[in-house]
Structure formats: C-alpha cells, structure tokens
Design a protein around this ligand. Structure first.
Ligand SMILES: C[S@@+](CC[C@H](N)C(=O)[O-])C[C@H]1O[C@@H](n2cnc3c(N)ncnc32)[C@H](O)[C@@H]1O
Length: 308
C-alpha cells in the first residue's frame, strides 16, 4: 500500500457501520486506506471504488487480491458518477483533495520541494497541465486560482508576474515557478503560520487545473441520489470553499436555508435527508500530531430520508 494515512478513519467507519455493510461507494480511493478499513470492519460490505488517477488502480489491485469479489475499481472522475449503473448504496465517501502518493511523487509536479515539470493533474491523461494553464489561462482565471482557491494575500502581484513570465520558460517547472512566486510573496505572511511562500499559489493552481470545486458541486447531488434510504453520504474536505459547498448542499437536503441570505421561502423547502453533523467533525490534536496532513480536514455527513 502507499504511505497515505486515512483521515478521520474511526469517524468514517462509525458512519458506514450504521447500515451494517451492504454496497458502499468510495469516490476517492487514493491509497485505499478508507476502503480497506471498511472491508475489514464490515464483513458484509462490498465496495465500488473510483479514482481519476490511474495510479490508484495499482493500489486497488493488491486490495482486490485480499478481499476477493468484494472490491471493484473504476478509474474515473467522480463527476462521471451519473454514468455508473449501480445505486442503492448504504454509504458513499468523498475524501477530497490529493493523496500522499500524488504529493510525494516528485515527477507529478504537485510540489515545489524538488524540481519537476509543472503538471499537477490528478489524471495525467486528461486536461491541461498547470504549465499550460499558466501560459494560456486568462488573467481572471489565474487571479481566481490564487486569490480564491489559494487564499494567497499577494495574488494580484503574483498573477501579474505570471502573465509577464509567459513564453520565457519560467512557467514550465516547479522550481522556476516557486522562485518567481518567492520574488513577490514574503516568506511569512503577517499573522499566518510559517509556510513556504509558494504553498498557497501551488494549492490554488492545483484546484483550478483539476476543476476540484466544479466536480464537487456537480457530484454531490448525484452521490446523494445514489444512496439507499437510510444510506449515509460522508464528505471530508480540506479547504474552506469545498466545505462551504458541502455545507450548503447538506443544508438544502435537510430543508434548511443554505446561507443567511437564501431567498427561498421555507414552505418551498423539502426535507430529503437528516444532518448527522450539525458542525463539522475535525481531527483530534493527537491525529494532527500523527498525521499533519489531516490538520485542515472537516467531515460532514448526512443520511437519506427524514426519520432515520
Ligand atoms: C485524499 S485522497 C483519498 C485518500 C483515501 N481516502 C485513502 O484513504 O487512501 C483523494 C483522492 O481522490 C482522488 N480524486 C480527487 N478528485 C477526484 C475526482 N474528481 N474524481 C475521482 N477521483 C478524484 C485523487 O486522485 C486522490 O487519489
């Protein structure tokens, strides 16, 4: 298996145990940590697993040997879920973002810690690379990536520098992009945790290149639709914009206003599900100590049907 440590594992298992097994759907298989735990703890469970990264298929192959007939893997983007025939799942999991195996494989271009081609695609067979995005994207798209997805305080200066650097080879590799960003972002933004100056820019570009928010927004309703009555949808997010999308969708399903300016009259709202987490569940200090990558995780869960 890979070095990816599954986040909030006990909590995920508790939600998946409510229906004592059955057909489960893991939309973000990654290193397979959550799926493996589900198969081990729920002997009556089967898992349909998906991941858009073809490398995840290799991770799935070894698990398939150990749990014969109980795990099927589909190398797909979860935005394609509508085209999967199966439904009636007792549990659906979305553990968003990137896996450790993606971050740690330098050649994938997710990290600025070593030099590599600037790729960042979770599915390297599809879509434009990060380098192509920076060379060809509009100023507005690049600003959105840096400001909204990366929450980079120096987004304006960095976006301008990226536009000026076009055609000079500086946007082709992780190291040259990191150096460019470093010229425009201070080492430590005031009042913030000490992180490398390129961290936020890289995160924002990754989210844009993989269309992470759009895929999430489009897939949540399909994932909910594919639940059996009483089934649970569990989503772990790592970014405030992701969490906001999940929170609003879950509130809508629960028949609540999505946000404080939601204009929809209460009598028009339908209650299709029951919130299982009024506030998101976050990792304990112990979990964060053992797995620092879990620190920004937020888990929300909802079950289908109103009286369950
Ligand atoms: C945080 S990891 C999941 C880790 C996994 N739960 C485990 O325990 O090993 C997220 C995974 O979701 C995949 N992923 C992200 N967005 C996706 C999408 N739109 N469609 C399919 N897979 C996606 C990534 O390729 C990555 O492998």
């Amino acid at each position: 298996m890979t070095g990816h440590i599954p986040v909030l594992l006990e909590e995920v298992l508790a939600f998946f145990s409510r229906m004592h097994g059955g057909a489960c759907l893991d939309l973000t298989f990654g290193g397979g940590g959550h799926t493996q735990a589900i198969l081990e703890h729920l002997p009556d469970a089967t898992v349909l697993a998906m991941d858009q990264d073809p490398v995840a298929a290799r991770n799935a192959a070894s698990l398939q040997e150990n749990f014969s007939g109980r795990l099927r893997f589909e190398a797909r983007n979860f935005a394609d879920l509508e085209n999967i025939q199966e439904s009636g799942f007792t549990g659906v999991l979305m553990d968003l973002g990137v896996s450790s195996f993606q971050l740690d494989d330098v050649s994938r271009g997710f990290s600025f810690r070593e030099d590599a081609p600037l790729d960042m695609r979770m599915n390297p067979q599809q879509g434009q690379t990060a380098a192509e995005f920076l060379e060809k994207g509009s100023l507005r798209e690049i600003e959105t990536a840096l400001r909204d997805y990366g929450e980079e305080p120096r987004w304006r200066a960095i976006a301008r520098a990226i536009i000026e650097a076009r055609g000079k080879g500086l946007l082709q590799r992780t190291a040259s992009l990191a150096a460019l960003v470093e010229q425009h972002a201070p080492r430590t933004a005031p009042g913030r945790r000490r992180i490398h100056p390129a961290t936020r820019t890289f995160q924002g570009i990754r989210i844009a290149v993989n269309r992470e928010l759009e895929c999430l927004q489009d897939t949540l309703p399909v994932a909910f639709k594919k639940l059996a009555p009483g089934g649970v949808l569990v989503v772990i997010s790592f970014h405030s914009l992701e969490d906001r999308i999940v929170k609003r969708f879950f509130r809508k399903i629960a028949g609540l206003s999505q946000h404080k300016n939601d204009p929809q009259p209460q009598q028009e709202r339908q209650i299709l599900g029951n919130l299982l987490t009024k506030k998101p569940i976050v990792p304990s200090p112990d979990e964060i100590k053992q797995n620092p990558r879990s620190r920004s995780a937020k888990l929300r869960a909802i079950c289908k049907g109103r009286d369950l």
